[in-house]
Design a protein around this ligand. Sequence first.
Ligand code: SF4
Ligand code: SF4
Length: 466
Amino acid sequence: MKYHTTMSKKTLMKLLGLGNTGAPGIVASAFQDLDEVKSSPAAGRKMPRWIKEVDKPTVEIDWDRMKRFDGSNIMFVNGFAQAVGPDNAMKLGGHAAETSKQSILKSEPGFTLRDKALVAGGWITSLLTTEHAFLGPGINVPADLCGIPEDLSYPRYEGTPEENTQMVRAAAKIYGAASVGVVELDENTRKLIYSHDGWDGRKWEFEDVDKAYENKKKKVIPYKAQWVIVYTVRMSQPSMSLAPSTLEEAATSMGYSEGTSVQLRLQQFITRLGYQCLADGNMGTSGNSPGFGILAGLGEMSRLNRMISPRWGPMVRVFKVITDLPLAPTKPIDAGIFRFCRTCKKCAEFCPTNALSMETEPSWEVQGPWNNPGVKTYYEKAPNCFSGWLSLGGHDCGICLASCPFSKQDKSFIHIHDSVRQVIATTPAFNGMFHKLDTDPGYGKDPEAWWNLNLPPHGYNNTQGT
Ligand code: SF4
Ligand code: SF4
């Protein structure tokens, strides 16, 4: 599919009153200062003024229809075999392994040994944290490094919920998080915690106990641990733009490893303050992290059936920990993203397996048991997607993430001008035009050239804060 427009970007900016003409335009009266930042009255969150805090997420949720999802139904565990049959799954898995091996032997660009070794390095931190993730690694940083007495002869930290949220946000950011929010667990939001852990098969349960515990059958979250700290970690867009090559996974694997590094650090921080901090394995195996991210206002639902950040689009991974440190929840946001998806459809058009919905309106109807009902969204055909991954030798595809206009920090019209995102947040009138102006497909870049890029740390620049 080709995208073109006869209107230059400069012309459009003038039309919107965002050029250098000095003429008042369509949005000029709405935004006195384009860089203005507002503070949320709850918990001190600072956001650009064009991102509105709202009482409900922009995606509709019917909590009565939602049940706790069994994590073993995800594609990586049992979901794919359930969808295509165990024999087929086995056959396709074997074919993927052979494809991967042959691509190494033939040194196919983007699938070479060098590329795959890079991805292995990206994953390693994440894998190391998996085994003892729930209660933490059981290691305390010694007193001679942090100054905290080993004998716990000190009162625990006390602060108001608002102070605590601000404190946790500051801590998570220095540890590497890009944005941080809080969701309170109640009878509805507990449904975002899975019934079973897809990684180890154990049950996730809530009990009226003082301390979290685990045994061979279950991991138990005390009801008093009723706050979810949810945070994002950025991914490298230049690496993601190599989709669908193996090298794209340099971005995702590093995202997971950085996310679990933040998790470990938060666990040490919060337990040393005198509270519990519970986590999951490297894939968010305790529950729906993007769902918590949407409720916490770190982004909006999208056609990907995943969260999109107003700043970085889908170039983030979402993680969470659960704590009994009292926290002030943060509110959902409206930056016009879910509304933009109705017009855009770019990810679905580029998807090579037709896994993403092309419908204009979201729906309550799930596509299969890999979806959890109760959200009016764009449910995806996950087995199509996963079979596409297998045809690549078992690696991520990532075309949908790379092609999203919100991903392209330097190339997309949306990201050239914050002002355009302000318009998207305010009115849908120009969404069709913005979609057409995003002419760069965003994926399929040269994987050999990537090795000669002089990328910033972690492959993304830090000029944009939250
Ligand atoms: S990862 Fe690839 S196959 Fe899967 S939904 Fe995205 S574009 Fe489609
Ligand atoms: S590519 Fe377009 S439709 Fe897809 S998630 Fe991004 S904004 Fe939404």
